[in-house]
Design a protein around this ligand. Sequence first.
Ligand SMILES: CC(C)(COP(=O)(O)OP(=O)(O)OC[C@H]1O[C@@H](n2cnc3c(N)ncnc32)[C@H](O)[C@@H]1OP(=O)(O)O)[C@@H](O)C(=O)NCCC(=O)NCCS
Length: 179
Amino acid sequence: MIKISENIQLKEVLSSDYEFLFRLMQEIYTPAYQHFWTDEGAWYINSQYSKENILKELLDKKARYYFILFKGKIIGNFRFIWDEKLEGLPEEKQVKLHRIYLHPKTQRSGIGKLLLAWLEEKAEQKGYQIIWLDAMNEQQNAFQFYKKLGYIYYSHTFLPFELMHDSVRKMSQVYKVLH
Ligand SMILES: CC(C)(COP(=O)(O)OP(=O)(O)OC[C@H]1O[C@@H](n2cnc3c(N)ncnc32)[C@H](O)[C@@H]1OP(=O)(O)O)[C@@H](O)C(=O)NCCC(=O)NCCS
């Protein structure tokens, strides 16, 4: 267990947690992204949080996968990958923030900001120069959040998923230089 603040902790996801994680993400992903999809995101959740994919992501030695706890209760997930590089950026030491999802009840109360500050500090201490991530342009909540925290546009792509609405396919790579 990692203590981030008085009320916030990180708890490692274990392979035995796969079913719990799947259900949690059905609850969290759906309200935030259902309007992106013709099936309300069911296909995406089933693929990202299948037992097979969760176990695969847990095997990656460079990645850390946590549940976020608020006052002892699980309210989200948080995953990052050391040494995952954004193509084209010259810095050697980069970390990718892969997933950060908070339950709607706990959004907009400073938890995301605190978690990113913790990751940035940890990365800096370990000599990392860059944090980067993929953000969906049409998910304004998350996009504004990263912008507010100082993340800068680098590049973008358009996701090819068949069940995704055309108008929301744009995904940007944003980054922050650490000092
Ligand atoms: C995106 C997310 C991680 C942000 O975490 P959070 O705890 O809700 O954000 P914080 O409360 O720490 O916000 C920090 C600052 O970002 C900005 N911000 C956050 N949400 C915002 C929004 N909806 N619109 C505009 N600015 C926003 C604000 O400036 C905020 O500071 P303030 O509340 O003092 O004004 C969280 O809301 C979330 O999990 N959303 C749903 C899932 C998701 O889209 N995840 C991202 C996948 S890439």
